[in-house]
Design a protein around this ligand. Sequence first.
Ligand SMILES: C[S@@+](CC[C@H](N)C(=O)[O-])C[C@H]1O[C@@H](n2cnc3c(N)ncnc32)[C@H](O)[C@@H]1O
Length: 317
Amino acid sequence: MTTTKQKPDWAGEDWQSRLVNLLINTKPIYAVMKRQARRVMIKTAQKKGIPWSAQVQALDTPGIRALADRLTNSTVRYPDYYQVPFHAYAQGNLCWLAAFEAAPATYAVAARLWPQESLTPDASHARMRGGFLRILDEYGPGEVRDILDIGCSVGISTLTIHRHFAEGQHQPVRTTGLDLSPYMLAVAKTRDTKDEITAWLHAPAEDTGLPPESFDLITLQFVAHELPRDAALDIFHEAHRMLRPGGTIALVDSDPKSPALQSLPPVLFTLMKSTEPWSDDYYTFDVARGLEQAGFQAPVTAPSDPRHRAIVARKGS
Ligand SMILES: C[S@@+](CC[C@H](N)C(=O)[O-])C[C@H]1O[C@@H](n2cnc3c(N)ncnc32)[C@H](O)[C@@H]1O
């Protein structure tokens, strides 16, 4: 009889995981890994037809720096967990390179999902987003007026979720993208060429300053794996406060039960872990239970593609 493993052996307290963590915590080895992880990411992306360097160069303008200044809320205090190296950037999400590379990196994630099919970068990305939207259509809200996309990064998830609802219903939709990185927000605003998004907000998701009961749908798309468990729980509580009665929270992120992730070759999972400081916390966290702890009801979990799962839950009416 085969049993489904709850998480990959390379995450949590297993010996394999502890060995990888030991390597990552050995500074000279970590420096090499970080460089290697970055090289592998860019090389694989370019091989799949993602114009990495061209996209980065196109964004690097003087105007975008002024935009970041305008979007920055100078009262924001960054939590400690946010100020550690992430994704091979020493300043994590708080630097221009992370923001300029976020879009090609997102497409690179999608491009790895269906290795047996020769999909274009646009097609694999649309399919990745489509998997989440399909689950949201099945278990999420019907009509919505106000959407909040937490951890919006450079706005790809925000524009996708906004258009999905704006195009499919009669009433207008107002959508807000929220992120802790003003660099990401400046790129998001630049990508939002038709001003479809109501606001790009610089704030911590655990204390947004937004009014209570003001949204029908709150999404966290590929955000939870960047959070220590306590921060995720604080954010779930804050989301519960901001949702109207009957409102929906929906997450999509790595699926610890995914056979594709559980069978990653050691080199790949070691490189991946070296760029994701909170992955042990994430892969051992019962997210559905965390949502219930924050007051949400009836969480539904379903795979959205070979490596990711969606979790949808409701605030009681
Ligand atoms: C991987 S990116 C999200 C990608 C994006 N949602 C998408 O689907 O394309 C994670 C984002 O979460 C943001 N983030 C992490 N912790 C946060 C927090 N406490 N408050 C607000 N944003 C946060 C990061 O700055 C980063 O831009």
